[in-house]
Design a protein around this ligand. Sequence first.
Ligand code: WT7
Length: 653
Amino acid sequence: MSKEQVKQIFQPNPEFAKNASIKSMDEYNTLQNKAIENYEGFWGDYAKEKLDWIEPFTNTVDESNFPFVKWFEGGKLNVSHQCIDRHLDTRKNKAAIIFEGDRGDKQVITYLDLYYNVNKFANLLKEDFGVKKGDRVVIYMPMIPEAAYAMLACARIGAIHSIVFGGFSAEALKDRIEDAEAKVVITADGAYRKTKPYMLKPVVDNALKGKTPVEKVLVIERNNEEVAWVEGRDYSYNELIKNKSGKCEAELMDSEDPLFLLYTSGSTGKPKGVQHNSAGYILWAQMTMEWVFDVKENDTYWCTADVGWITGHTYIVYGPLAMGATTVMFEGVITFPDAGRPWQMVQEHRINQFYTAPTAIRVLHKMGEEEPKKYDLSSLKVLGTVGEPIDPPAWKWYYEEVGSSKCSIVDTYWQTETGGHVVSPLPGATPIKPGCATFPLPGIMAEILDPETGIKSEVGEKGYMCITKPWPAMIRGVWGDEERFVKSYFGDVKKDGKAVYFTGDGAVYDKDGYITITGRTDDVINVSGHRMGTAEVEAAIKKHPNVAEVAVVGKPHPLKGEGIFAYVVLKSDDGVADEVEEVKAINKIIKKEIGNIALCDDMLFAPGLPKTRSGKIMRRILRSIAKGEEITQDISTLEDPSIVAKIADMVKS
Ligand code: WT7
């Protein structure tokens, strides 16, 4: 057994645990054992209890065509009905969304307001744009309530939305529009960042240049800056919405009708359109909200993510609204006007659950260590993190200074493909070890397996984080590419001879069975909690005419978690004279092809790359060099072993 750190354990606050939805580890174990003994019964009962079925389902799960799995077949429902209509009897005047704009402007949207806004939006899409069930609609939006209306309006009429994060470039947006064959784009003129307007519509205009499947663009006028207008293609939401009826019948959807696509990075240059379907996704979004954040009827919950990522889908919009909660949406930047902004918001809105990423916690800690002290944060009960493992100093500050040593910190492990949390503490039950995602949630058969044998990993032995049984919110497909779906997720690990879902992450058990995620095992890096494919960045850099070869790796970064390190081999060496210009030129291409989020933190102009004789770039060696580690692996079989020392010297100097 490898040496194991003795970690301090933090017990849930007993006062909090008394009223928690899951109150103890005994309760957790009872639930998980129920799922193990009667998997279909477990999920079938919850689906009946939690979802408002318009027609009941007849079969809980059909695995006969694994990994193409069907949940709750025969059932009919509508996700927007689940998130809005069914709450109107009991919560019509309750705040569904509390919006805070960048400049401090505020808006409270009740469930009844939400109902009318979404119905009108749905009517607009249907009547003016001819959007029908199954059509793809791309949403490229800032963090404003209309983004949520757009999502729910699509859900209401059965259109499949595909949100593209507003930080992606025109090229990246174009690729995603084309892959999904979207006929409509919903965007905004722009929004505000640090009180200044920034623009989105011009990016859409660029993305639609040339041949495009898009017929119509809907523009929400948020900052009223001047934008170009294409006659017959572009329409103002603010104008069209005026005369729409506030009633739009929700489309009757099958359990397995697609709800949305969300593109995410993989190990090739082309992003994957992860597909989630209706019933299973919304069921798990709601259940995890109730279990992991323990949101109560009068609580106010805030997740700082962007709707462009899965966290924004499941834990700003779908999960909170499905359970009838109050969700806060924030347009601004959490460190503006200073690093006290989130705490000021917690105080003002009396936030009870706060969910963010370790990278944000590190930045808030560094820029405003003393800021939490200035505000009344006593409303907080649960603090969440997501996106990457949380490091001990950040954890400690979050726990002590933000949570006053009384809030549970839920380190939620999941990914775009899992739809919702899969491994996470339960705030009233799980004794917490900092940096540990702890245990699989009830119903999730997550196990760390040895990739070779498929046997459960021993304590202290790194294995692959797998999920051995299909779960309702699992990815249903990669849009337009069945083979990639099967290969990407079910090709690596077999348990008892049967393929199981592999997350792409490594993980390890400690002696108490706690799970610690150790990071990706593939060529995907995690920059500020966002997944970035090294192949995607490489493909962008290769577009520079003077680049002969490139290899991109991740390197630990004090704030971002991982930073992007590019080794670039130029075609001609005269570029070295103006290296600074070359870096600028390459970053400009990255910005154009992907967006600012993929800009390189380090770039090294190398004389060559370490390769095997068959031409495979040894990224492992490059990762070690980037970290400044001694190279211990055998390099004698490389095509040119001397290159390793040369590059290592350059990195050191
Ligand atoms: C990847 C998924 C899930 C929403 C945000 C990112 C890493 C996620 C944790 C955590 C350690 C984590 C994994 C995963 N990750 N949460 N609590 N501890 N690592 O979604 O872009 O699909 O990325 O983020 O590597 O595979 P995503």
